[in-house]
Design a protein around this ligand. Structure first.
Ligand SMILES: [Zn+2]
Length: 73
């Protein structure tokens, strides 16, 4: 049985447990966190989930890696 809805998102409605939810709004809270606003097609409930990026900020040592510049004068 094929679903007519896209199942790219794996969120489920916390109120009725339906997986048929629609992403209404996506907001970046800060550099590492995004909040998604979902609406449930089944019970019209709206709920928010937070997505935190696992990307680590590059350390200073990685940014200022040593390199040699030989300027020919
Ligand atoms: Zn629901």
């Amino acid at each position: 049985m094929a679903s007519i809805f896209s199942t790219l998102q794996s969120e489920k409605c916390p109120q009725c447990g339906s997986g048929v939810v629609h992403l209404e709004w996506r907001e970046r809270v800060n550099a590492r966190e995004i909040q998604d606003l979902w609406r449930c097609f089944n019970c019209q409930n709206e709920f928010v989930t937070a997505v935190t990026s696992d990307e680590r900020e590059p350390s200073v040592a990685e940014i200022t890696k040593p390199f040699f510049t030989s300027l020919v004068v």
